[in-house]
Design a protein around this ligand. Sequence first.
Ligand code: ACO
Length: 323
Amino acid sequence: MRRSLITGLGAYLPARVLRNDALPTHLDTSDAWIRERTGIAQRHIAAEGEATSDLAAAAGRAALARAGVEPGRIDLLLVATSTPDRTFPATATAVQRKLGLPPCMAFDLQAVCAGFAYALQVADSLLRTGSANRALVVGAETFSRLLDWNDRGTAVLFGDGAGAVVMEADGQPGTPLDRGLLAARSGADGRHHDDLYVDGGPSTTGTVGHLRMNGREVFRHAVARLSAVAEETVAAAGLGLDDVDWLVPHQANRRIIDAVGKRLGLDPEKVVVTVDRHANTSAASIPLALNVAYEDGRLKPGDLVLMNAMGGGFAWGAALVRW
Ligand code: ACO
């Protein structure tokens, strides 16, 4: 049986930073409220004319360079996003063109904030079975375009960005001590379809719509789901939470991240937090956080990295990687 290895990691953040104290005054919010309830201090906002595919291509280019892989060798491109450039074709095909990738399987994956965790599992399955040999997996979002800038309950929570990994198939089955994706789990529960959603779409309103959220309900479920899927994934690899070197969770809210870390019994120093500077970038948040931990030297070869996410659907997922 083959396994997949992450051989490159890259990220991109739009240049414009919007700090809490520069949010529109009509939102009637404050830096103190946002920091206390969410841990967020700022977010990046895509420039006019800068599309999700631009962010994704920049992150993808960085990941390819780090992996030392020529674009012509990629045979699978997956873009996890809920903010596609167009209703169709897939944003992945725009990224494919921007990066000069050869004809190959290229598609978008829509699992909202769990999108990157889902995408890792799907890419891993395709690599393991030999359907592909070298994948570029991207999480990219321009959530600023989905926000209702009159709703302080949601407008303050999200930001734009992209992160990407190169995943390559390895012929050896390996052990949990060897590099590679060791286990992944994902799921969804459509009973919560209306707790976090966008109130538009091609087949309903014919509009793009705005993000709507039942924040308390999301919060209540997030801690339980994120903890459960993390535990299942570690157990599936035959390992324990004590073995985990880094938890790189979806970055939605500092209070959710802290509660999950506590429930899993992890030392807070092992939890990578970037929600303060990126806010919630949905499918991009995990690879953006991974990239921060990589660039500041925390992530080292051989480390065991646990990623988990939950969002609209509700959909959730986790992946365990020996770095
Ligand atoms: N600034 C100032 N006041 C605000 C703001 C704001 N930005 N937003 C809401 N308020 C007010 C409300 O109007 C309310 O006022 P009232 O008491 O006069 O009616 C008060 O603050 C309390 O509102 P709640 O919604 O009850 O506040 P809560 O403490 O639940 O915090 C929050 C809201 C931060 C959204 C919280 O519910 C949460 O974090 N939920 C999780 C949502 C999340 O992270 N979603 C991301 C997508 S899902 C995911 O990624 C896991």
